[in-house]
Design a protein around this ligand. Sequence first.
Ligand SMILES: Nc1nc2c(c(=O)[nH]1)N[C@H]1C(S)=C(S)[C@@H](COP(=O)(O)OP(=O)(O)OC[C@H]3O[C@@H](n4cnc5c(=O)[nH]c(N)nc54)[C@H](O)[C@@H]3O)O[C@H]1N2
Ligand SMILES: Nc1nc2c(c(=O)[nH]1)N[C@H]1C(S)=C(S)[C@@H](COP(=O)(O)OP(=O)(O)OC[C@H]3O[C@@H](n4cnc5c(=O)[nH]c(N)nc54)[C@H](O)[C@@H]3O)O[C@H]1N2
Ligand SMILES: [Mo]
Length: 636
Amino acid sequence: MPFSVCMRDCYDTCSMVSELKDGRLRVKGNPEHPITAGFLCPKGALLPRWFHANDRLKNPLVRTGERGSGSFLETSWEEAIELVATKLREIIEKHGSESVLVYQYAGDRGVVNYAFPLRLFHYLNTAMLDYGICDRAGQEALKDVYGTAIGMDPEELKNQKLIVYWGINAFWTNLHGFTFAKKHGLEIWTVDVVRTETAKRSDRFFRIRPDTDVLFALGVAKVIIEEELYDRVFVRENVYGFEEFKNYVKTLSLDYVSRETGIRVEEIETFAREFAEKRGIIHIGYGFQRSLAGGEAVRAISILPALVGHRFGFIYDMKTIDKSYAEGAFLRTRPARRIPQMKLAEYIERGEVKFLYVYNSNPLASLPNQNLLRKALRESDVFVVTHDIFLTDTALYSDVVLPANTFFERLDIADSYYHRHVALNEPVARLYGKSNSEITRLLAKALGINNPYLYESDEGIVKKVLELNGLSWQELKAKGFVKVPEKPKEWETPSGKIEFYSQRAVRRGLSPFPEYRKFEGKYPLRLLTPTHRMTITSQYHNTHGMIDPYLYINPADASERDIEDGDTIEVFNDNGSIRTEARLTEDVPQGVVMLYKAFWVRLLGWNANFLTGDETVERYGNGSAYHSTWVEIRKV
Ligand SMILES: Nc1nc2c(c(=O)[nH]1)N[C@H]1C(S)=C(S)[C@@H](COP(=O)(O)OP(=O)(O)OC[C@H]3O[C@@H](n4cnc5c(=O)[nH]c(N)nc54)[C@H](O)[C@@H]3O)O[C@H]1N2
Ligand SMILES: Nc1nc2c(c(=O)[nH]1)N[C@H]1C(S)=C(S)[C@@H](COP(=O)(O)OP(=O)(O)OC[C@H]3O[C@@H](n4cnc5c(=O)[nH]c(N)nc54)[C@H](O)[C@@H]3O)O[C@H]1N2
Ligand SMILES: [Mo]
């Protein structure tokens, strides 16, 4: 049976085996894979439903009515490609290549289907995205301390006693990682604002107030240092700025930490003592760092495993293979103009983007401040092309929509941002649409480009990327995955050590030590918009169905507003307003409300991103700050 890889934007990157039987796709986990271990998550198990969905796009569409109205005319592939190429040529001639922006993200994580289309845009010297939507602040923060955001190989958890899930709902977002830790008998702790399904399955749950993680981590560090529970030899030899850091935390009062974080002093001490004794590992989440406090928090948290003697005792990101060949930035003749991903609306509003090519992403569901983005699109003359499997909200606002096929319909490979395995994805069947790489070749041809790099086959790219990374095609073909060996890692900081005193942060105008800052909004309730069990950001809303678009609120906050379970309410702030039903639960604390992240607006009439803030964390790479959103609620 052919091997498949679940290409979703997800930690696990499951290796699977698939077949087409009586015209229906069947998918199973590949039992040989050390982490993904032959079972699928609830979303993965429904992949055949997604593959066979009735609403898959079949023919290219050209817009005939207002943006967003849904008036399109079906057209042939030849005409659609010709139209896109003509527009692209015209706009480059009139406004220059930097008025063209390719907007893509991790809708499909295949090396070919993620990266190869970028070759065309590099060749054309267009503007490119400066990614900031997801994990950017944490990336910068970890570089400040370790020089890299790449932490430990999670398979090493086998030899550990304790893992802390800090601001990550691993039971939903990293099920195979969570299961691996459980299977190997690790003690599991969770630090979160919400009592998540991960928290409910943990040995300990530390419930923290939003944005106060930096203080909690510093408080824990203080106890570990002052009770002399840290690894003296390791710290002496490998840490830069320990004495200064020690003096920094000395001034911190645990009572203050407790008041701000909502965590009792005894709990802070217990955390510190047991974390040191069990030499804990921390899986630092992506979710919680999407706030104005995110970068500073990650810096502080990442210090804890080093205190207890781990060289790279955190899990955050993993980059095993070099994919730059597939992306082909070498085709550029001048450096790229980079447009911050989170500022798309502003750039469109200012007329700086005249041609937008979207693939692997659904920004009209996933970007914050949707009212602003939609207004910018409606009022500008930007020509928008979207390549997607479905008629998403972004497709609805596009001038041309090109049907994509799915990963079951083509060859590719994928690495993971969690583990060290690269997996093979073989074609199983062919239904509708064209792959990201096919479209790229068609566009290159329609533009009259001769460069052979734009016509390389999928197999050619896959084999070349494997070869450049010293991996064997034969082994991959036989097993469905290969592990990328780990090279000895150094800390790529200015001092060559783990920097508790961060010189890189200082250079960016930040304090050498992680700093606590309070953020307040104009409205009283903090809105969190985390991940949903059955979707991947906006994906699967239309196919898997099982979503819960409710506002979760603490009973105390609800009763103050005369709201009962099931009441229809309005949630509003200066960005927008939405209506939904209230669900009362103690799982969210007082002062915090929760909506799941980014459903299809087309299907629901709204989503959480009509409320979320688009302010970014400038000194942390313009990282997104979705969670720094405040709202008020009233019964309607
Ligand atoms: N099922 C499912 N899986 C997914 C996705 C999905 O949409 N659905 N999305 C994928 C993507 S793109 C990503 S980036 C990852 C994200 O994976 P996670 O990091 O697990 O995602 P989130 O649920 O956004 O955030 C994790 C937690 O952060 C908590 N949090 C918010 N603010 C704070 C705070 O100030 N302090 C602390 N300690 N916690 C806080 C939230 O309550 C939430 O439980 O998951 C991937 N996997
Ligand atoms: N409120 C709030 N919003 C958030 C977040 C949050 O925490 N809160 N999290 C943010 C995060 S972490 C992320 S990563 C972003 C993700 O935001 P997006 O990048 O928009 O991710 P998806 O919603 O997964 O959309 C991916 C799209 O790619 C399409 N696709 C899938 N496979 C293929 C393919 O092979 N070819 C083509 N051409 N298209 C394909 C899918 O159909 C889907 O429409 O969302 C962000 N949005
Ligand atoms: Mo993400």
